[in-house]
Design a protein around this ligand. Structure first.
Ligand code: 7TS
Length: 585
């Protein structure tokens, strides 16, 4: 076993605890009292306690520093462990190999303030029985999630940001930690993941195109059609009331999910594409004129290029494009140079669907606002990976698709600031959006009805509400944290495939990796992987300009979700090794 390279203060702690813990591990299930004792020793050494050796520098979780505990069935050449650990879980860490249960941790003192996260090192130990779990201890030092913790852990970390955020006992820590985070349990929620494809178990790595649907969403749709189905708002009968209640309850769930100020700011549309078109063709048509400028970036999906191009052509306005560097990150200084008093709107993605780059939209919005421009954020690739707070971002418009966040297809959302929506004319006219119609004149409803002409996608809006409940039950922060580790793991292991080049090397990435494989067309790689039951997207991902920026017409793109496991990534890497090896022979 490789010895983790811990900082001196922590290696002292390991010296204290490591031998016992590791021998317990070697002997099989560790003695619960030993675990409690170890945990007590660990926590008595916390900064702030009398005997604590105060760490000189924040100690990183050894997430990437620990050798695999269980031999991989795949002969996967893994890069030597390094201490480039995730900064997400700083704090004290236990020795490797602990397998605590809820009861074992009952005696942990609460001097640290009430939040403890048990973080297994799944990234470095992909064959552990489970991959992740976050548990929180309350002030009384009992584990909130009663019962055995069914995982083996490589580390236990006190998470300072949680302690700060939740200094007092908080029944719900604010982001739904109702159940342990376990990708395998999450996977079981998705019936389609039990499918066989070409005689192999399906490995779904095309989440950026669409996510799979949990049973809870499927059941909610069925329930709607079995018990609630009606058109909404119009008829005064029981089912109309049920359908209307369900639809409006979904709107409230979306409001909470985005942290919008009011449900009046939430408009249901078909998806991101329709949402951007709505803004371009209503707000844009009203506010963009000849000589005005619209800014997008090189990272955009075609859905965030074409509607603006059309608007610019129609109005005699100019489309300007913020460039990216060789890592695929927007060059902020160049972006700022594009802003001026003629800039009417900036429309930018929060996460690139082709490269996975996370875009610093908050800073870009602030800069645009300094020049009096409005900003639309395309959240299609961000909402399922990180918390969205439209008020904190100060976004003027924010759009996303339900199907990319475990909801149904055909439903999406436009968030718009209320004052803006009040001034914006409707896009489409028809039923549902009017207050009064004569042949001379129509008076419109206020937002959101003003923008929801005709019978909307009622059932799927309700399904999206169920998807949001589902995400909340896992906790979006838990998802972000886990997927960060997955990306780190996938980046490292994919690079072991000879001739594989990752496209897009931004510092911060979410959900997506893109690559090309020397000697193979991307569609060939996609087809060969499909034979192994592995679904990835190969092609231009509807983002041709950014791929051409890298001299490419297409890439292979695996993309991740909380049900993705390190085994899925291993299977991908092994299949690629075989594909490459086969061609070499
Ligand atoms: N914006 C971004 C950033 C996207 O990734 C997508 C879809 C859209 C807009 C359009 O969303 P829609 O739901 O209206 O189609 N992206 C992808 C993809 O990457 N592969 O398939 C669809």
């Amino acid at each position: 076993m490789t010895t983790p390279n811990f900082s001196p203060s922590i290696s002292g702690l390991f010296g204290l605890l490591g031998a016992e813990a590791q021998s317990a591990q070697a002997a099989g299930a560790p003695d619960p009292s030993l675990i409690a004792q170890l945990a007590n020793q660990l926590f008595s050494a916390l900064p702030g306690s009398a005997s604590a050796p105060t760490p000189k520098q924040p100690t990183l979780s050894p997430v990437l520093a620990v050798a695999p505990q269980v031999a991989s069935p795949f002969p996967l050449p893994v890069a030597p462990p390094t201490l480039s650990a995730s900064p997400l879980a700083p704090g004290l860490t236990t020795p490797v190999g602990l397998s605590p249960s809820a009861n074992d941790l009952r005696n942990v003192p609460s001097s640290f303030g009430g939040a403890l996260s048990l973080v297994p090192s799944f990234a470095s130990a992909p064959k552990l029985p489970s991959s992740s779990g976050f548990y929180f201890l309350d002030e009384a030092s009992s584990v909130r999630d009663a019962g055995k913790i069914p995982f083996q852990f490589d580390s236990i970390s006190v998470v300072p940001e949680l302690v700060e955020k939740h200094p007092n006992r908080t029944p719900d820590l604010g982001f739904g930690v109702a159940r342990p985070f376990d990708p395998r349990a999450i996977r079981n929620d998705f019936p389609i993941l039990r499918e066989q494809v070409n005689g192999k178990p399906l490995i779904w790595l095309d989440n950026a195109a669409t996510t799979q649907k949990p049973q809870a969403v499927i059941d909610r749709l069925t329930y709607f059609y079995e018990h609630e189905n009606s058109n909404i708002h119009r008829a005064a009968h029981t089912l109309a009331a049920r359908a209307t209640d369900a639809y409006e309850a979904a709107r409230e769930k979306v409001r909470g999910f985005l942290n919008a100020g009011s449900v009046d700011e939430i408009i249901f549309v078909r998806g991101t594409t329709e949402g951007i078109n709505l803004v371009a063709k209503s707000w844009g048509a009203q506010n963009v004129g000849a000589g005005d400028e619209i800014i997008i970036s090189w990272l955009e999906h075609h859905a965030n290029i074409v509607p603006w191009q059309q608007l610019a052509a129609e109005k005699g306005a100019k489309l300007r494009v913020a460039p990216v560097d060789d890592d695929g990150q927007i060059i902020l200084e160049e972006y700022e140079k594009l802003l001026n008093s003629r800039t009417k709107i900036v429309s930018i993605t929060q996460v690139s669907n082709a490269l996975g780059t996370v875009v610093p939209v908050r800073e870009m919005i602030a800069a645009a606002h300094r020049h009096g421009a409005r900003v639309l954020v395309d959240g299609a690739q961000s909402v399922s990976h990180r918390r969205t707070d439209v008020q904190a971002l100060d976004a003027d418009f924010f759009v996303f698709s339900g199907h990319k966040v475990f909801g149904p297809t055909g439903i999406g959302v436009v968030y718009g600031k209320k004052a803006l929506l009040d001034e914006t004319p409707p896009w489409q006219g028809g039923g549902n959006m009017i207050a009064d119609v004569t042949f001379e004149k129509t008076i419109y409803q206020p937002s959101p009805a003003k923008f929801e002409a005709g019978t909307g996608n009622i059932a799927d809006a309700v399904g999206l509400g169920a998807a949001i409940d589902y995400v909340n039950s896992i906790g979006i922060e838990n998802i972000s944290r886990y997927e960060h580790e997955l990306i780190v793991y996938a980046t490292r292991t994919l690079q072991t495939v000879p001739g594989l080049r990752i496209i897009g090397t931004a510092k911060e990435k979410a959900g997506v990796l893109s690559f090309v494989l020397e000697g193979f067309k991307t569609e060939e790689v996609g087809a060969l992987l499909d034979k192994e039951g592995i679904a990835v997207r190969s092609g231009h991902h509807c983002a041709q300009p950014i791929l051409r920026r890298f001299g490419l017409e297409s890439t292979v793109r695996p993309s991740f979700a909380p049900y993705t496991t390190c085994e899925d990534i291993d299977a991908l890497v092994n299949a690629l090794q075989r594909i490459k090896g086969g061609r070499n022979h």
